[in-house]
Each structure stands twice: as structure tokens, then as C-alpha cells.
Write a new protein. Structure first.
Length: 279
């Protein structure tokens, strides 16, 4: 059995410590953007009399995982699929696993653009692989400027008449059809009809795909068909999602956004993976 964990923060590492110690091949994929790296000092976690910096806790976690034989791949996950096993697309290639643990924090970013929330589900989507079908032969836009935006654009190219990446004032990625103007609003009637830019001009667009930053856990869960509750992934008491073999732990599973809870979630998932592996 191969376990793949997306995320090298406390939740992902904790799950991996349990699977490694049971002799299960375990790999963490991380792009090193843990919430811990923004925490100057953690003063409320067990065992550190003087507190510990978020960065040190993060680094120590991954070092402990490696010491037990865990493999760490530094890459950014952009997509996921399932076909007799999980497949992850990353900026460094594809990886497969029998069990997948989502431990990639709560990172979904939504830009503050007028009309975006209003048109969610009516022209604004967060998943190209799920919704590209609805925009066959139409002109669509991806909002974002990183690897994730590129990944979503390439999926949409297969079905849409034209795909344009809107960077909303950010640096353009390596894509032939980009527009870097700041976005003012998304407008339409029953569905999205146009994007209005801050310079007053507008572009006729039928579908908007939001892909800002990196793919969050709920984005990946949705691609795999798992149930989510807004930006959080739904799980049972063992952190198993609605898809067999797919777990979600830590901040991405919602609830208390703290290291202690992330570690606990990871432990529950790790124990459950080991238990099921023995059955
Ligand atoms: C400023 C700040 C201060 C905080 N202070 C405290 C505190 O004092 N005490 C406390 O208990 N908690 C604190 N927290 C909260 C704590 O940091 C989080 O609850 C905890 O880190 C959650 O762990 P996690 O493993 O779920 O996610 P994270 O630690 O966020 O780790 C997510 C992992 O997923 C990876 N990742 C994400 N997306 C991708 C992708 N697409 N591809 C590859 N890898 C990906 C990231 O690189 C990272 O390794 C603080 C948070 C912040 C932001």
C-alpha cells in the first residue's frame, strides 16, 4: 500500500508518523506554505516550555517524518483524479497512491471582486474538471496567475472556444492569452455575461474559473467527488471523506484551526489507515 499526503504541516506529518511506524510506504508532497510559517511563536502547544517559532515547529515536523523513512517531495499539487488509485498532477510530474490524505490547510482564496459571490454556481466555478462541460464552445476566463491557474486553463482549452487568463493586476504566467488588467466587477443576468475592468472596458465571458494561489484541499476534494462544506472537506470521526481511501485532516477539515487539533486529526487518520490496511 502506498500513502500520499498533500501537506507537510502538523496534520500531514502526524498522519505520516503513524503510517510510517506501521511500515507503510508514505510520501508527503509539500510546497512549503504552511500556516505555521506565518506564526511567529507558538505558545500554546504541549511540550515547549519557552514556546517555539512556527518555522522551527514546521521544520522539526518534516525532519522527524524523514527520520522514520518518509519521503518528501517539494512540488505543488494542481489536480487529482481517481482510476483504481489516486493520481496527483503536480508542477514536477504525476504521482500515484492507494490512499490519499488531504492535509493542505485552509487556503482557498477568493478575490474581492463585485459580482463574484453572486454568480457562484451561475457562471463562477472553482473546478474546471467538474464544470468545463457547461461551457462547451464558449469563451471562458480563469482568474489567477500561478501553476494552478495554468492547469485549469489547459483543462478548459479542450472544450471552450477561447480561454483567457485574467491575472487581476498580477504578473502574467507563461500563457499565450493573458489579460493583466485589474478586474472591477463580474456582470450578467441569469448567468455571467461579462468582466468589467477598472479601466472601464469590458470583455464578453460566459464562465469564470477561480484558481488563485495553489489548489486548496476543497478544490482537490471536489475534483475527486468528495463532499465539502464550502471551503472545508467533510469527514467522519476517523477523518475519512465520502470517498474510500481519501482522508482530510487539519485546517482543511474545518473546526478548531490550531496545531493541537491538526495533530489529533492526523493521528486519527493515520491510525485508521493502518487499521484498514490490516483488514
Ligand atoms: C499567523 C498565524 C499564527 C498562528 N498561531 C497559532 C498558535 O499560536 N497556536 C496554534 O495552535 N495554531 C496557530 N496557528 C494555526 C496553525 O498554524 C494551523 O492550525 C496549523 O498549521 C494547521 O496545520 P495543517 O497541517 O492543517 O495546515 P498547514 O500547517 O497550513 O500546512 C499545509 C501544508 O499543505 C501544503 N500545501 C497546500 N497546498 C498545497 C498544494 N497545492 N500542493 C502542495 N502542498 C500544498 C503547504 O505547503 C503546507 O505544507 C496560527 C496560524 C497563523 C496563520
Amino acid at each position: 500500500m502506498k500513502v500520499m499526503i498533500i501537506g507537510g504541516g502538523p496534520a500531514g506529518v502526524s498522519a505520516g508518523l503513524y503510517t510510517l511506524r506501521a511500515g507503510i510506504e508514505t510520501t508527503i508532497i509539500t510546497n512549503n506554505k504552511s500556516a505555521l510559517l506565518k506564526a511567529e511563536k507558538i505558545d500554546n502547544y504541549y511540550g515547549f516550555a519557552e514556546g517555539i517559532s512556527g518555522e522551527e515547529l514546521y521544520t522539526n515536523g518534516l525532519e522527524g517524518f524523514k527520520r522514520l523513512g518518509g519521503r518528501v517531495i517539494e512540488a505543488e499539487v494542481t489536480g487529482a483524479g481517481y482510476d483504481e488509485g489516486f493520481t496527483l498532477s503536480t508542477d514536477k510530474g504525476e504521482y500515484g497512491a492507494d490512499v490519499l490524505v488531504l492535509a493542505n490547510g485552509a487556503s482557498r482564496k477568493t478575490p474581492d471582486i463585485r459580482g463574484l459571490k453572486e454568480f457562484e454556481g451561475r457562471g463562477v466555478s472553482y473546478c474546471a474538471v467538474c464544470d468545463a462541460f457547461f461551457y462547451r464552445g464558449k469563451r471562458v476566463a480563469v482568474i489567477g496567475n500561478g501553476e494552478y491557474a495554468l492547469h485549469e486553463a489547459h483543462i478548459l482549452e479542450k472544450t471552450s472556444s477561447e480561454v483567457i487568463i485574467l491575472t487581476d493586476g498580477k504578473k502574467a504566467p507563461a500563457y499565450e492569452n493573458c489579460d493583466g488588467r485589474k478586474i472591477k466587477a463580474i456582470e450578467g443576468g441569469e448567468g455571467v455575461e461579462r468582466v468589467v475592468f477598472e479601466d472601464g472596458e469590458s470583455a464578453e465571458i460566459s464562465g469564470i474559473f477561480v484558481a488563485i494561489g495553489t489548489a486548496g484541499a476543497s478544490d482537490i476534494a471536489v475534483k475527486l467527488g468528495a463532499l465539502t462544506d464550502g471551503r472545508y472537506v467533510k469527514t467522519d470521526e476517523n477523518m475519512l471523506t465520502s470517498i474510500p481511501g481519501l482522508y482530510a485532516v487539519g485546517d482543511c477539515a474545518g473546526g478548531l484551526m490550531q496545531v493541537a487539533k491538526a495533530v489529533c486529526d492526523g493521528a486519527k487518520a493515520g491510525v485508521d489507515i493502518v487499521r484498514r490496511g490490516k483488514q
